[in-house]
Write a protein that binds this ligand. Structure first.
Ligand code: NAP
Ligand code: ZN
Ligand code: ZN
Length: 347
């Protein structure tokens, strides 16, 4: 086992700081990846601060990983040394339950093995991409095109697939009026995908300063949610709403913007529950649903779609030692639109 440089939180109240981890030896089906970039997801903050409960420390976050393969095991057929590769939110699952067999490993009955803040099948804690290397099973590793700017590809591994998957599942496209709530890491990818699929896209944001960016990202309209008159005017207007809000808020405010038979899908995971009024749903036969990342097959499809359509995340590249400041800025909704760690700063 070789020691690997990483950034870790030692407990839920400490800042992230340099830390050394060990990775397993490269097994027959494994690829060893020299990490080049790792995106910073708001889920990293929730878990580092133990906002969802059950966090495992020390924690090395990071599940938007891209890098170059430096070694492959003898049974690896799908990847070669020197190729780019990506790793998203999970690195294993049971492989036999109906969800796993349906290529939806994120909904594994036994539970997927999270890329970090999880335990592998031997019970060892998993460590994520705020580190210089990772070793993953080829089945849970993604192919990454050489065509796109790599720092912009990293966030596709979580922010990308988490927004692509529900838009595809609900068949969003031409003729649909879509609202994306929250213009952060997930939100800005949702705008790019929904616009690319042909929908009419509105961004609903608490930040008036993001209007110009929203339109540049492909949105057709922008509204500030703190403006009561504007919100009233938008009631019953949207077929589909994708909510990426990371903090406590009132779901009813957004449900009431859905048209007859409209659906709101929640991907944001505020730590606190929110009360839903039956009246927000029944009057117009509305649905409230949720969605979790996406399976490996669909993640590959999304990466290939991005390579074909030249879609990447808009990023601010940072050194690893800026991570605590980046978290503070994300908590103030001050991210345009994804922080990505240049892992060279850890080497
Ligand atoms: P982010 O980059 O920090 O963006 C969140 C955005 O939400 C902010 O930029 C802000 O946008 C808006 N917002 C923040 N606080 C708000 C409030 N109190 N009321 C209304 N809007 C608020 O976060 P992210 O990385 O996109 O992640 C968003 C959420 O998705 C997190 O909870 C994360 O854990 C979750 N997530 C879920 C999945 C999944 O599989 N379901 C996957 C990844 C992440 P405006 O400035 O435009 O208002
Ligand atoms: Zn994430
Ligand atoms: Zn399974």
């Amino acid at each position: 086992m070789t020691p690997i440089n990483a950034y870790a939180a030692q407990d839920e109240s400490s800042k992230l700081a340099p830390f050394t981890i060990e990775r397993r030896e490269v097994g027959a089906n494994d690829v060893q990846i020299d990490i080049l970039y790792c995106g910073v997801c708001h889920s990293d903050i929730h878990q580092v601060r133990n906002e969802w409960g059950g966090s495992i420390f020390p924690m090395v976050p990071g599940h938007e990983i891209v890098g170059r393969i430096i070694k492959v095991g003898e049974e690896v057929t799908d990847f070669k040394v020197g190729e780019l590769a990506g790793v998203g939110c999970f690195v294993d699952s049971c492989r036999t339950c109906p969800s796993c067999l349906a290529n939806e490993e994120q909904y594994c009955d036994t539970a997927m093995v999270a890329t970090y803040n999880g335990r592998d099948k031997e019970g060892n804690p998993t460590y994520g991409g705020y580190s210089t290397q990772i070793i993953t099973d080829q089945k849970y590793t993604l192919h990454v095109s050489e065509k796109l700017a790599l720092e912009g590809v990293a966030p596709l591994l979580c922010a990308g697939i988490t927004t692509y998957s529900p838009l595809r599942h609900w068949n969003i496209g031409k003729g649909h009026k879509v609202a994306v709530v929250g213009l952060g890491g997930l939100g800005h990818m949702a705008v790019k995908f929904a616009a690319s699929f042909g929908a009419d896209v509105t961004v609903l944001s608490t930040s008036p300063s993001k209007e110009k960016d929203a339109l540049a990202l492909g949105a057709h309209h922008f509204a500030v949610t703190k403006d009561t008159a504007t919100m009233k005017g938008l009631q019953g207007k949207f077929d589909f709403i994708l909510s990426t809000i990371s903090a406590q808020h009132d779901y009813n405010q957004y449900l009431n913007l859905l048209t007859l038979n409209g659906t709101m899908v929640v991907v944001g995971v505020p730590p606190q529950p929110s009360a839903v009024q039956a009246f927000s749903l029944i009057g117009k036969r509305r649905s409230l649903a949720g969605s979790l990342i996406g399976g490996i097959k669909e993640t590959q499809e999304m990466l290939d779609y991005c390579a074909e359509h030249n879609i990447v995340s808009d990023v601010e590249v940072i050194d690893a030692d800026y991570i605590n400041d980046a978290y503070e800025r994300m908590l103030k909704a001050d991210v345009r639109y994804r922080f990505v760690i240049d892992i060279a700063s850890l080497k």
